[in-house]
Design a protein around this ligand. Structure first.
Ligand code: PEP
Ligand code: MG
Length: 836
């Protein structure tokens, strides 16, 4: 039964709502309000569509009048709540029958009228009457009669001649299609609820045919890839006896040396379209793509939608709209998806280019790069020496690979997850990286990569798209990074919104410089063990780890001390008085041990020890569960000289850097704490070193000692721990690992299946698990603040760069997040969006 309001004519004052009638109906109403030449249109509300799908009669009587006007044809389009959710395909030319066909033939010629009728009969037969498509594949002269005959033979009925009946069947079929399981799954994949509503729009058709200039097209006023203002689109003209000849022809919109353009053929029509476009941009406060029809020289605007755009275009468009006073600056800040900024920092695969996909994995570090495949760090270095860009392909990476990573333009690993070694290092270096690409196999011996049934030898060219996680064969077309004026201005506006603070995880002077370039408010995590990944420093670190007598260890530490002091001086100088949080050593020992015989032999040589001694010591040091073993503060308590050396290096650097530049107040952070006593012990020793350095250097300085909360117990006991800490920083990588009991290095193997089967909504190493790990964060913060109200609280795990996780931290009242330097812009924008 039809209820009032089921069908509403789209007029300026009609009650059209996006929630009831969908985005398309609302957008058409806006165009109508602007007095644009929109054909008469009606909106059918989602309740009515739902009822039609459920078998209720279709209320077409209100629409019957449309068939008495003009050519007597209508089009039906879906109108979901947002354009992204799609909908059943548009059906045009509803209402054509023998009578209207005859009338149409007089106006546009028999051939064209036949084409209109045939296309509707075919569409109706296949999609509405569900007949065999092969029977309706006719084309050319006689095709219409043949199609009508086939319809009659198959259904034992004449093709429906009543326009209202045709329309009722079309509406019913579209309503049912939306309720079908495939459509449900498709829209759910796009983020729509399974029971998302659908409205329908029935519009009187302006036919793109007739004597004089006729045709249809779409026009937009920006380049969807770059965001630069320029007219793009197409116009397919049906010209009968006009200056440009007869028949269908595609014209450029603007003057173009390659061929005729609408601008030249019909300057007044072109000028009107531009005028409509300018008005639509202002009134709809958005860059719109406008669909139009020209019938014998008259324009009809039949539809409009927000221009689909690349990340870089989204930034430029938002900034331009604010600059032109169309939207306020905070709205421009809200309009850009924070993740989109990551795309601007790096090369990207051109979305218009073909993609020859060979494998995919976890998109661990964004950007795209093309290079020759190499299978070892040494080959990568050799390739770099020849100035040949290369892609390092490894089963997984280890510290020895760092040099190779530096020498590569991208990294691909078969194993690993979002926080595995390759992922963390690549993000730090700003290299595109894919990890956990389990569909590929690496034949290291023969230097062959096998993927997707194909083989690639060392030296063959591939493209790594770290943004999508796809490995492409050959050299894909790339877009340059886009760190332009729009990018910086958008971020300035974001900072003005004053959200949660953003610091960077920076281990090297280069990282620190990147952090400054992106205006990080300090360093929130310097992983000091990463300072020893370089091959010229690794031996000193290994020597220290290998020393089993205090005297030997002291010798190794004495070699490390000046290196560390220099590192810290450099960081303090670059950060120029901004806070720098230095984490004391947290070397998962296995990352520093050789992994094969060759490595053992090299180590024995560099330590000048017999191979058997080194092998024995490696065995003695090896652990069943290194990530839960002698790590972090446990090493600091067991071998106190290590942290004492680091504290000394930090304080000596503090004195030196403060003498030359801004006063430095270093922040020292203790990793992997699980008990308050660990903090007490380290604090006593660090205080003693501070006193000694003050004395020796006759200098005064202060420092802040804090704790990394990365074990569930530390979060639960945050109250006690806070008593001895100036700040707490949640290390959500380890906290996630330990809360789930999920290895951050191995989870990549099954994460895809787990997320696919919705065991986890997302990879918890990527997006903070707010229900579980998040509860530990909230509990820890609350207990710490109860004990010490002003305590600084932050997150420095990889989640610190994730927009949803940043919103969570903002909501929880944390002071800052810290993330890889290249994610700082993303974090700044996400922070602003949480605050606006
Ligand atoms: C963490 O565990 O969240 C963290 C930042 O430390 P790392 O990744 O070095 O273990
Ligand atoms: Mg950790």
């Amino acid at each position: 039964m039809q209820r009032a309001g089921d069908i509403t004519e789209i007029t300026p004052s009609a009650a059209i709502e996006t929630t009831r009638h969908g985005w398309r109906a609302k957008c058409l109403q806006r165009l109508v309000r602007m007095a644009l030449p929109v054909p008469r249109s009606f909106a059918i509300c989602s309740d009515a569509v739902h009822a039609i799908a459920g078998g209720n009669p279709v209320p077409v009587s209100a629409l019957a009048g449309l068939f008495d006007q003009g050519d007597g044809l209508v089009g039906v389009r879906p109108s979901a709540a947002t354009p992204d959710w799609g909908g059943p395909g548009t059906v045009l030319n509803v209402g054509i029958n023998n009578d209207s066909h005859a009338r149409l033939a007089e106006r546009i010629g028999t051939q064209n009228a036949d084409a209109v009728y045939l296309s509707f009969v075919q569409n109706y037969a296949i999609h509405i009457a569900r007949l065999d498509p092969d029977m309706f594949a006719q084309d050319g002269p006689g095709a219409l009669a043949e199609a009508l005959r086939c319809y009659r033979d198959e259904t034992d009925e004449e093709f429906p001649q009543d326009p209202c009946q045709q329309l009722a069947e079309v509406l019913r079929s579209m309503a049912r299609a939306w309720d079908g399981p495939t459509a449900r799954l498709l829209r759910q994949a796009k983020g729509a609820p399974a029971d998302a509503p659908l409205g329908l729009v029935v519009q009187h058709m302006a036919l793109a045919m007739g004597p004089g200039l006729s045709g249809s097209g779409s026009i937009q006023f920006i380049d969807p890839v770059t965001g630069i203002a320029r007219v793009t689109g197409r116009f397919r003209g049906q010209h009968h006896g006009s200056a440009v000849g007869t028949g269908a022809e595609t014209l450029y919109l603007t003057r173009d040396p390659r061929g005729m353009s609408l601008e030249e053929v019909a300057p007044e029509i072109f000028a009107d379209l531009v005028r409509f476009g300018v008005a639509a941009r202002e009134r709809l406060r958005e860059e719109m793509q406008i669909e139009f029809v020209v019938t014998e020289g008259r324009i009809s605007i039949i539809d409009a939608a927000r221009v689909k755009r690349s990340s870089r275009a989204s930034v430029r468009i938002a900034v331009a709209l604010a600059d032109d006073g169309v939207i306020p600056r905070p709205e421009a800040v809200m309009r850009v998806e924070p993740r989109a900024l990551a795309d601007l920092l790096h090369h990207q695969v051109d979305p218009r280019a073909p993609r020859d996909l060979i494998a995919s994995g976890i998109n661990a570090s964004p950007g795209a790069a093309t290079g020759r495949i190499v299978f070892s760090a040494a080959a990568a270095q050799a390739s770099a020496a020849r100035d040949e860009p290369c892609v390092l392909v490894r089963r997984e990476t280890v510290p020895e690979d760092i040099r190779g990573m530096h020498a590569s333009v991208a990294v691909l690993t078969e194993r690993g997850g979002t926080t595995s070694h390759a992922a963390v290092i690549a993000r730090g270096l700003g290299l595109p990286c894919i990890v956990g690409a389990s569909g590929l196999t690496i034949d290291g011996r023969n230097r062959i990569l096998r993927a997707g049934g194909r083989s690639f030898r060392e030296g063959e060219v591939v493209t790594i798209d770290g943004t999508s996680g796809e490995v492409l064969a050959g050299a894909a077309a790339l877009l340059e990074p886009a760190l332009d004026d729009s990018f910086s201005r958008l971020l300035e506006w974001a900072d003005a919104a004053g959200g949660i603070g953003v610091r960077a995880n920076a281990d090297t002077p280069e990282d620190a410089r990147t952090a400054r370039k992106f205006t990080a408010q300090g360093i929130g995590l310097c992983r000091t063990e990463h300072m020893f990944f370089d091959m010229d420093r690794l031996p000193a670190m290994r020597e220290m780890i290998f020393a089993d007598k205090p005297a030997d260890r002291k010798l190794a530490l004495d070699r490390i001390l000046p290196m560390q002091r220099q590192d810290f001086i450099a960081l303090f100088e670059i950060m120029a008085g901004l806070p720098v949080t230095i984490r004391l050593f947290d070397p998962p020992l296995h990352e520093f041990l050789p992994h094969d015989r060759e490595g053992l032999r090299e180590l024995a040589e560099s330590l000048d020890l017999p191979l058997s001694d080194v092998t024995r010591r490696v065995e003695a040091l090896s652990e069943f569960n290194p990530m839960l073993g002698m790590r972090g503060v446990r090493l600091g308590i067991t071998v106190p000289e290590i942290y004492e050396m680091q504290a000394r290096a930090i304080f000596e650097a503090t004195v030196e850097a403060s003498r030359k530049g801004d006063p430095v107040v270093p922040e020292i952070m203790i990793p992997l704490v699980s008990a308050m006593r660990e903090v007490e012990l380290v604090k006593t020793r660090v205080d003693a070193v501070a006193a000694a350095v003050r004395n020796e250097r006759r200098a005064d300085f202060t420092y802040r000692l804090g704790v990394m909360v990365e074990t569930p117990r530390a979060a639960l006991r945050a109250g006690d721990i806070a008593a001895h800490s100036a700040f707490l920083s949640f290390g959500t990588n380890d906290l996630t690992q330990m809360t789930y009991g999920l290895s951050r290095d191995d989870a990549g193997r099954f994460m895809g299946i787990y997320v696919g089967q919705r065991v986890y909504a997302e990879d918890p190493f990527h997006i903070l698990d707010q229900d579980g790990v998040g509860e530990l964060l909230l509990t820890g913060a609350q207990r710490a603040r109860q004990q010490k109200p002003g305590i600084t609280i932050s997150v420095c795990g990889e989640h610190g760069g994730n927009p949803e996780s940043i919103a969570f931290c903002h909501e929880a009242g944390f002071d800052y997040v810290s993330c890889s330097p290249f994610r700082v812009p993303v974090a700044r924008l996400a922070a602003a969006q949480s605050a606006i």
